[in-house]
Design a protein around this ligand. Sequence first.
Ligand SMILES: Nc1ncnc2c1ncn2[C@@H]1O[C@H](COP(=O)(O)OP(=O)(O)OP(=O)(O)O)[C@@H](O)[C@H]1O
Length: 206
Amino acid sequence: MGYAGRPLLRDVDIAVHRCECVAVTGANGSGKTTLLRAVLGAAQVLGGSLEVSTPRVGYVPQRDSLASVVPATVGEVVAVGRLPLTDPLRRLRPSARRADREAVAAALDLVGLADRARTPMAQLSGGQQRRALVARALVAEPELLLLDEPTAGVDARHQRVLAEVLDRMRRAGVAVLVVTHEPAALAGAITRSLAVADGRVGTVAA
Ligand SMILES: Nc1ncnc2c1ncn2[C@@H]1O[C@H](COP(=O)(O)OP(=O)(O)OP(=O)(O)O)[C@@H](O)[C@H]1O
């Protein structure tokens, strides 16, 4: 896996199954984000094969500079997460629109931003923006959830909430792959750990 034909990670042999929450740790620049981006098709798979067995993929990016500069409210940013679920014709139906609204409200409530739906995204703090991006991934009702440092800049209380949410999703059958520098914060959810170093992905003993 890599960029512009140059490999960053070699001999990657991993599988993430339903009901698992797999943590990926490693030094800055080791290739953790690249691993997630390869799953999304945004980094190159230069050899071998990569199979994603569901179209329902939720993604919490490490940074989303666009989300914080476009003049959109928190509710609108989170609602974008529903788009893959709804074809344009379905979205015209009041019942579908109501389901979308309810999903957005429930996800905002879960991440503690229920009262911020109408606030411009750019007016949220860094940690609040990360929580909104988590909500955006949740409303997609993902079967595979990819998160890139979701606890960075998030206070202890909301880190605990996130760990509970991830654990609940995992138990409900979601496959979770989370890049983190703070595995202790998500210990309640993580079932297995991988470490990226020297261009390779290794298993971390439990
Ligand atoms: N789009 C890109 N094109 C070329 N090289 C890139 C691209 N994105 C990242 N890289 C390089 O790939 C390497 C790994 O980056 P990556 O973002 O995967 O690291 P990381 O392990 O997630 O780091 P961090 O802990 O700092 O987030 C870095 O040297 C980076 O400069």
